[in-house]
Design a protein around this ligand. Structure first.
Ligand SMILES: [Zn+2]
Length: 388
């Protein structure tokens, strides 16, 4: 159904190089999706993102639903038209944000009842409602509404939650198919992107058995592709890698695999080594605004007094606009004085670092030298020429 497709063009052991086709164009994989929570990536313009080579953005259903509202966005022709980004967009389901509200929400089989963090108004987000909102937003990829447990959780709760997420996946798929079978009209939904695809989400905490059950159950429901959720939430890094490796064999080879919310540059390389194709993470953008820059020799904190008279660029081996034009001394000055450009320049560099890392990963896979890239990458980061 729809224009969504995925083609693996090269394998290098378990790492894959491919092309994901959506209603708004192609995405070269493995790919990193910058996070544009409110329909904008904080600190940079869409023009910057295009120049950085970003091919797909992630936006947040919870935030856009509350403000300005999916009805208002649908009346503007959908999210692409509203924000002026003609390329692919993925929207999350809103689940993660709602579950993060803790004291302000209650969960039952129907869905999640919550109070808005903006005005305290009451809302009910169900698997069906999350489909409807995303259909009106018209993203190219809609995520199912899943239950997100905090880590750690006891085995019984993880099983119950995983099973509920599977039941919700069935309901979300039924709703999705009903909407797109009738162009949305019979369901009272304004479809703004008839080519939307829907991804299922594997849960199961840090249990290999539950991950496997969840993956098999989600694949049995049948989605355009599959994500691994509920990781990168505080569990040890080697446990996350193990869960990813253990889930992969249960996911179809011919569909993209998306590791949600990960991670550090090292996490991305390690997940690609285990067969992951898609990533999103707030680290490069959020940390940029806090003065942390990711570099080929490990992260540096530009606030540090040692950079006050350091005339070198943040990363001498980086070709981004910030590194070509700014010294560490200047960037530290901008940060210390609270200049808005500090956020912009730091974000440009960090996004370049992430997107360029993915680009180099894709090249390495094509030339069959991903393993040597991986070793060199980790060695470079562990040299720690700077500080942390
Ligand atoms: Zn740079």
């Amino acid at each position: 159904m729809g224009p969504f497709s995925f083609r693996v063009t090269h394998h290098d052991q378990r790492a894959r190089r491919g092309v994901m086709t959506t209603a708004h164009g192609d995405v070269q994989t493995p790919a990193f999706m910058p996070v544009g929570t409110q329909g904008a990536v904080k600190g940079v313009t869409h023009r910057d993102l295009e120049q950085l080579g970003a091919e797909i953005l992630l936006s947040n259903t919870y935030h856009l639903y509350l403000r300005p509202g999916d009805d208002l966005i649908a009346r503007r022709g959908g999210l692409h038209a509203f924000i002026g980004w003609p390329r692919p967009i993925l929207t999350d389901s809103g689940g993660y944000q709602v579950f993060s509200l803790a004291a302000r929400r209650t969960i039952d089989e129907a869905g999640a009842r919550f109070r808005s963090h903006l005005d305290g108004s009451e809302h009910l987000l169900t698997p069906e409602k999350a489909v409807d909102i995303q259909a009106q937003l018209g993203s190219d990829i809609a995520m199912v509404f899943d239950e997100c447990l905090a880590h750690p959780a006891d085995a019984g709760s993880v099983r119950q939650s995983m099973e509920r997420t599977l039941r919700w996946a069935r309901r979300a798929r039924d709703r999705f198919q009903a909407i797109y079978a009738h162009g949305g009209r019979s369901q009272g939904v304004v479809v703004t992107n008839p080519g939307q695809a829907q991804f299922g989400i594997v849960q199961g905490g840090v249990s290999r058995g539950l991950r496997e059950e969840s993956a098999q159950g989600t694949v049995a429901v049948g989605f355009e592709a599959y994500a691994i959720g509920g990781l990168s939430v505080g569990e040890p890094t080697d446990v996350m890698y193990d869960m990813v490796a253990h889930t992969m064999p249960s996911l179809p080879e011919d569909r993209p695999r998306y590791l949600m919310g990960a991670g550090t540059p090292q996490d991305l390389v390690e997940a690609v080594a285990r067969g992951v194709d898609l990533f999103d993470c707030v680290l490069p953008t959020r940390n940029a605004r806090n003065g942390q820059l990711f570099t080929s020799a490990g992260p540096i904190n530009i606030k540090n007094a040692r950079y006050a008279e350091d005339d070198r660029p943040p990363d001498p081996s980086c070709s981004c606009y910030t590194c070509r034009t700014c010294s560490r001394a200047y960037l530290r000055h901008l940060f210390q004085t609270g200049e808005i450009n500090a956020s912009t320049l730091n974000t440009l560099h960090n996004l370049h670092f992430y997107l360029d890392t993915l680009s180099r990963i894709r090249d390495a896979i094509v030339f069959g030298r991903f393993e040597s890239f991986r070793l060199a990458f980790h060695e470079s980061l562990s040299r720690r020429l700077h500080d942390s």
